[in-house]
Write a protein that binds this ligand. Sequence first.
Ligand SMILES: CC(C)(COP(=O)(O)OP(=O)(O)OC[C@H]1O[C@@H](n2cnc3c(N)ncnc32)[C@H](O)[C@@H]1OP(=O)(O)O)[C@@H](O)C(=O)NCCC(=O)NCCS
Length: 301
Amino acid sequence: MADGVVYRLATGPEDFAPTYELFLRAANDLRTRSHRDLLDDTAARRTRALAFREHAFRHDAEGFWLAESDGQQIGFGVATARPGFWHLNALHVVPEFQAMGCMAYGRDGKVVSTVISEAAQPISNALYARHGMYQWLPLVHVECPVFSPDISARGRARTSRVGRLNEATLAALDRIDTAALGFTRRVDHQLWIGLPDLSLLLLEVAAEPAAYAYVSRFGGIGPCASRSTRELPNLLAHSIHRASEHGLDHVSLVVPGIASNALAYLLAHGGRYDASITLLLSSTPFGHLNRYLLSASDALF
Ligand SMILES: CC(C)(COP(=O)(O)OP(=O)(O)OC[C@H]1O[C@@H](n2cnc3c(N)ncnc32)[C@H](O)[C@@H]1OP(=O)(O)O)[C@@H](O)C(=O)NCCC(=O)NCCS
């Protein structure tokens, strides 16, 4: 542990914006070193990042840590725990305090499950491997022009509708998450359904919700989950149709390398890989990630 570094839990909203700014500094320093475009401090990114911190503070206060030196914030970490699933959503140290052992405090034998890392960041990948999280799947970031999918040709028994926040919707989301991920996370759905830029799309097969997707007015599609791999292209067709109704000209998605029918569908319709590739690290394989696309615009899984 670095000398003079003090660790404390987040205490409230006063920690939200500074940890977002700390994230931008650490992430853009890494991006500069790997010759990539910098992340802009856009209203969409800041709004979503603050909403995520508020959500984590409300539901996972014991997983939201800050590191300070001389009263200055020098690092932070956020982890969220759902039944049977632990995810390290963020871990960042300002450049001038990196490689000084600031993150050593995390090595306390706590059960660690998953984290998403930058493929271009050997330091964090090695750190996570030493904590028992191994590189499992590449996550491919895809940009796709919005086109007009012929959703009527994709099976008459399939329809989609906007899901509202109620018990029936949450129960349907639980069933789909259980089939795709092997765990449920109602609090996260409650957040996403309540966000003004997101709409929840439910794909129904024979009048039963079989898959869901969140479509953002800013162009992100995800998370998306399906009870069967076969329905994933149908779900994407309905989601892109929804994006075209929002007037978007392109969408962005984060696709596990194993979800090959989703990737094939997007590439066949003009999708192209973004320069970013991230990795899903896990202490053990879980769920059926060929039925899943990750959140496109926040740090939640
Ligand atoms: C990844 C990060 C959080 C690690 O925090 P840190 O405080 O620098 O880590 P520590 O000083 O505790 O070092 C952890 C290990 O990495 C090694 N390490 C750290 N920086 C290194 C460097 N520049 N070169 C080589 N090794 C390095 C340390 O020697 C240590 O190894 P050890 O466990 O064998 O002793 C920090 O570097 C960071 O914020 N990077 C930019 C943002 C980022 O990539 N976040 C992770 C996103 S997935």
